[in-house]
Design a protein around this ligand. Structure first.
Ligand SMILES: [Zn+2]
Length: 187
């Protein structure tokens, strides 16, 4: 495989990851006690600390598009998490690609006893889970979450187009210099 093919292959791989579906986990921080209306689910009191939300994305754009929406905070709340996101700070997100396991993750977190469940039915209107939202008083690190979920979490490529960088590959061909350029997301 030559340099140009390598770049094209890498760009295709990244594009696949960017659009990939799967299960994701959001980490949000709340810095003050605040009452927030969670749509039809009712009101909850967000406490200073950290919220972990588990969800999945199988629509167009996959996890990247979904997390980009969460990162910016939705202007029109649709999911329960949109209401909580409006009063919290986005700290990060991780995922597993091509696997639907948000309910298993919720069960792991419920059974771990490491987190509390602030509002029954949060994000779980369409399933049997008690909740898809969990509260941690101390910030859970990625490795701790991996242990609790019994899985390896991947980073998500959710940067906007403006943060893309240009990868240049220079290749000498017959003494002349040709340049191949490809767009790629930051790893
Ligand atoms: Zn569920």
């Amino acid at each position: 495989m030559n340099d140009i093919q390598k770049v094209n292959s890498r760009a295709a791989l990244m594009q696949d990851r960017i659009a990939a579906s799967g299960t994701y986990l959001l980490l949000l921080e709340c810095d003050k006690r605040i009452k927030v209306s969670i749509g039809k689910r009712g009101e909850m009191t967000a406490e200073p600390g950290f919220y972990v939300y588990v969800g999945s994305a199988y629509g167009p754009g996959g996890i990247s598009a979904r997390v980009r929406r969460h990162r910016k905070a939705a202007t029109k709340p649709h999911w329960h998490i949109d209401y909580l996101r409006a009063v919290t700070k986005f700290l990060g997100a991780w995922c597993v690609h091509h696997t639907r396991c948000e309910h298993a993750w919720a069960q792991h977190l419920i059974q771990s006893g490491s987190a509390t469940m602030p509002l029954t039915g949060f994000g779980s209107s369409d399933c049997n889970c008690t909740t898809h939202l969990f509260y941690f008083m101390c910030k859970p690190e990625k490795t701790e979450l991996e242990t609790l979920l019994n899985t390896k979490l991947a980073r998500i490529s959710y940067q906007d187009h403006g943060s893309r960088r240009r990868i240049r590959v220079r290749k000498r061909r017959s003494g002349a210099k040709s340049v191949a350029t490809a767009w790629a997301k930051r790893p």
